[in-house]
Design a protein around this ligand. Structure first.
Ligand code: NAD
Length: 494
């Protein structure tokens, strides 16, 4: 199909709009397709195969055949393919960034930043591939030795969201491929082409056919296709990133087959600023964390708790800096904040703002949709005087809406921060070293940013606690372990 793209690709081979099964680019068995929309204009610019549950079996079975060979490939070869993939992604950074921007809406500089961050995973897991080791020990019973060996678990299914399509795939697939597993990916209906382009580069890097497969699908067919994937007997591992609501559904589907599951779920992350904080440092971190991708990151700051002594000062600093944001199409170089990715997000943001106003919240910046455009734009919005009764306290926002709460004591701040079912990331800013240690101990989250908004990297374990999920992605040993089984061998020496 010869595409008429709204942007130029230097490497046209990256425009892939068919599913990838057993190394072949294919249509859905039904022949149906669904539209891909540019959130910055609301216009359809491409389409992808609308696979349904009937398309799952062929993809999984061929992935299983590929697995039977791939598991025997030595880890250094797997690492070399990962490094080649890394190089190709680097070389095609601008093209990939364009596709990401036209699918997610985020500014081009952010799409490039996502790719740079994601390359940490290919690089890191290339190293991890060779460091998978077993153990040997001498048990209490005489005349025996006990060995453990690690083996790839089998074909994994990956269900991923739309907000960071490159990062989500590289974090999952790099670990799986390093371990010797094959993977069938179901991208979000909003971002199929980013994932397909990435998979084309995996094929160019030399990964054998069937090692990485991609089944694109529409919003309508998503539940049935996902269920068929999770229930397929040859899928031995499911890795899911997305909302807590869907994560629980996936866990239930996998429970029937007792499948190993990783769940990276919702955030609702607190951001604490104490009187003794460096307010400029806190502001820089918050500006990056909150407005990036228009607030649509799982680890974004959702609830900002500011100690009463600096509340007014910080609120004024935040308003002044945020008022300078340039909201626009992601491909426009002047843009510093793009649209939200789906119209659903606009309605949710609006309902949270209206609810906050009803509860006495003061909107000092923004507060509504940007009018006069067909793109999905929401104004950067700041609500002062937020309280625990507001919807925005309970619900993850996933839009450019920021609520500021005031607190007096550290105990009060920690209690408020932890008063949520989620536990993905927490951030705090203080120059008091004793408090730093206490907060690290007492905040209920899987990742803690201490005087920084950057709490995630390939070399550190990524994942939440409470209803933000379980299992770790990235980091030493723990992430690759999600794709391995441990086999114990007991040898008699007699
Ligand atoms: P989502 O839960 O709606 O979708 C995630 C994936 O599940 C997508 O592939 C989607 O197509 C699929 N899906 C949707 N409904 C389904 C159903 N009924 N059955 C099976 N699969 C279904 O989430 P989203 O809107 O794409 O992403 C936003 C959410 O993801 C936020 O809650 C965010 O915090 C979370 N998230 C978490 C992390 C993390 O690492 N913890 C990272 C990014 C996003």
């Amino acid at each position: 199909m010869s595409p008429n793209l709204p942007f130029q690709l230097k490497n046209p081979s990256l425009f892939k709009d068919q599913s990838l099964v057993n190394g072949n680019w294919v249509e859905a068995a039904s022949g149906k397709r669904f539209d891909v929309v540019d959130p910055g204009s609301g216009k359809v610019w491409a389409s992808a195969p609308d696979n349904d549950a009937n398309d799952v079996d062929a993809a999984v079975k061929t992935a299983h055949v590929a697995f039977e060979s791939f598991k025997k490939v030595n880890p250094r070869q797997r690492a070399q393919w990962l490094l080649k993939w890394d190089t190709l992604i680097r070389e095609n950074r601008d093209d990939l960034a364009n596709i990401v921007t036209y699918e997610t809406g985020k500014p081009l500089s952010e799409s490039q930043g996502e790719i740079d961050y994601s390359l940490g995973f290919t690089w890191w897991f290339a190293g991890e591939a060779e460091r998978v080791t077993g153990t040997v020990n001498t048990p209490a019973a005489p005349g025996r030795r006990v060995f453990t060996v690690k083996q790839p678990i089998g074909v994994a299914a990956a269900l991923v969201p739309w907000n960071f399509p490159i990062a989500m795939i590289l974090r999952k697939a790099s670990a799986a491929l390093a371990a010797g597993c094959c993977m069938v990916i179901k991208p979000s209906p909003e971002t199929p082409l980013s994932v397909l382009a990435l998979s084309e580069l995996a094929a160019q890097a030399g990964f054998p056919k069937g090692v990485l497969s991609v089944l694109t699908t529409s919003l309508e067919n998503t539940p049935a296709l996902s269920e068929a994937l999770c229930r397929h007997p040859l899928i031995k591992k499911v890795t899911f990133t997305g909302s807590t609501r869907v994560g629980k559904l996936v866990a239930k589907l996998c429970a029937d087959g007792l499948k190993k599951v990783t769940l990276e779920l919702g955030g609702n992350c607190p951001f604490l600023i104490f009187d003794d904080a460096d307010l400029n440092q806190a502001l820089t971190a918050l500006m990056g964390l909150k407005w990036r991708h228009a607030g649509q990151a799982c680890i974004t700051a959702n609830r900002v708790y500011v100690q009463s002594g600096v509340y007014d000062k910080f609120a004024a600093m935040l308003k002044e800096a945020s008022a300078k944001l340039v909201v626009g199409h992601g491909a426009d170089k002047k843009t510093t904040m793009g649209p939200v990715t789906t119209p659903r997000s606009l309605d949710k943001a609006l309902s949270q703002v209206e609810d906050a106003k009803k509860h006495g919240g003061q909107v000092v910046l923004g507060g509504g949709k940007v009018m006069g455009t067909s793109g999905y734009f929401f104004e950067p919005t700041i609500i002062l005087g937020a309280t625990k009764e507001m919807l925005i306290t309970e619900e993850e926002t996933f839009a450019p809406v920021l609520a500021l709460y005031s607190f007096d004591t550290e105990g009060e701040a920690v209690a408020a921060a932890n008063n949520t079912s989620m536990g993905l990331a927490s951030y705090f800013f203080t120059k008091n070293i004793d408090r730093t240690w206490r907060l690290l101990e007492n905040l209920e989250a899987g990742m803690i940013g201490m005087n920084t908004g950057n709490a995630s990297a390939a070399e550190s374990p990524f994942g939440g606690i409470k209803e933000s999920g379980y299992g770790k992605e990235s980091g030493k040993d723990v992430a690759i372990a999600e794709y391995l089984i441990t086999k114990t061998g007991t040898l008699s020496l007699e």
